[in-house]
Design a protein around this ligand. Structure first.
Ligand code: GRF
Length: 194
């Protein structure tokens, strides 16, 4: 299976996915694309010999469709079977999602359905939750709302800061996402719970 990975920043989840896609894996990475040309994940992907694309969303202003048309052009050229959103920070329109529905995954740093949207770690601390974590889900038109394919839990420590909690969650992301992709690529949608 051909996998395209969309990033916006450092791409640590992209790296975890790429490193797991060895010769025994049903997938191989065919494109790493970012909405931010300065995303350091692009250079990290290129260093691994993976095709990259920078499609800056800023020139398109509020015209999401125009940005997505440019992104789609690069995606179509790579002919992906699966798209993994990994730290991708743009909201996608329902028409873009419809085009890839059933073949697009996202990783979100919360135990969905809790804390959809942003600042999830601060919100978990603020709420006094004893547990927090990360979810990998199929992307549907509902923001952070598609079927959950995997979750990993971490404890919240009393004196946690959002940064320390985020770091603890990120470690689990790098384990969970590759596990979910392997299973998803084999057509198995049984949820993984770590
Ligand atoms: C991480 O906080 C992760 O929870 C979310 O995006 C952020 C950056 O991820 N998915 P990455 O290092 O760019 O993969």
């Amino acid at each position: 299976k051909r996998v395209a990975i969309l990033i916006s920043g450092g791409g640590s989840n992209m790296l975890a996915l790429v490193r797991d896609m060895g010769p025994d894996h049903p997938c191989r990475p065919v494109l790493v694309a970012s909405n931010d040309p300065a995303a350091s994940g692009l250079a990290r992907a290129a260093a691994l010999g993976i095709d990259t694309a920078a499609v800056d969303h800023r020139p398109f202003g509020r015209d999401r469709e125009a940005f997505e048309a440019a992104l789609t052009e690069r995606l179509e050229a790579a002919r992906p079977d699966i798209i993994c959103l990994a730290g991708f920070m743009r909201i996608l329109t329902p028409s873009f999602i419809a085009r890839w529905e059933g073949r697009m995954l996202n990783i979100h740093p919360s135990l969905l359905p809790k804390y959809r949207g942003l600042h999830t770690h601060a919100r978990a601390i603020e709420a006094g939750d004893a547990e927090h974590g990360v979810s990998v889900h199929e992307v549907t038109a509902e923001l952070d709302g598609g079927p959950v394919l995997g979750q990993a839990r971490v404890p919240v420590h009393p004196d946690d800061t959002p940064e320390r909690l985020a770091a603890r969650v990120l470690e689990k992301e790098h384990i969970l996402y590759p596990m979910v992709l392997r299973r998803f690529a084999m057509g198995d949608r049984t949820p993984i719970r770590l």
